[in-house]
Design a protein around this ligand. Sequence first.
Ligand SMILES: O=C(O)c1ccccc1NCC(=O)[C@H](O)[C@H](O)COP(=O)(O)O
Length: 203
Amino acid sequence: MIVKICGITLPSQAKEISEYGADYIGVITYPKSPRYIGIERIKEIKENLKNSKLVAVVVNPILEQALELLNIADFIQFHGDEDLDFVKKFPKNRVIKAIRVKNESDLEKIKTFKNEDITVLVDAFKEGVYGGTGEMIDLNLLKKITDVYDKVIISGGLSETNLKEILNHVKPYGVDASSKLEVSPGVKDLDKVKKFIDIAKNR
Ligand SMILES: O=C(O)c1ccccc1NCC(=O)[C@H](O)[C@H](O)COP(=O)(O)O
């Protein structure tokens, strides 16, 4: 199972978390996020990764900005309102499309990306906030989502305390966590991160 730890801001923490076995390390390039970091810091983080891939999280970027990030990062994660036509401008093996789900009607959106074989990350919808909210997706809905598509990374309020129970109900392609593993926005509690990765990897 793919494990993504998101919202990393410190190169030293990126190094540690990479050594714990995280597959993907996510950095937030959305200026309104409390976890925002700029290009120079992103490059520094990339240099500190062991075997992990770097994921640049963007929100409604212009094409040039997204392409520039793909010169540094291994993947780009579209976490805004980007539509399929925009996402298809990028190599599909380097793209993750986040979909903030509210209810079952969002299954149709997921299927649209499934039809193009694009990896989807599902996050909980919260009005006015794009991500890193700690809000959870209802477990029954998560089950329907993972039944519909096998290339889904689940996220939204995942932590070292709830992951085991969630994975008893759903078998996703990957898991992603951020705010519930933090001491403060952008600073991770490394014990929690290690526990989270160990749980996911031992499933
Ligand atoms: O983390 C942010 O501040 C953020 C801001 C804008 C867009 C996306 C953002 N985070 C994206 C992530 O991949 C998070 O890991 C995901 O939203 C889950 O967050 P959490 O519920 O805090 O685990």
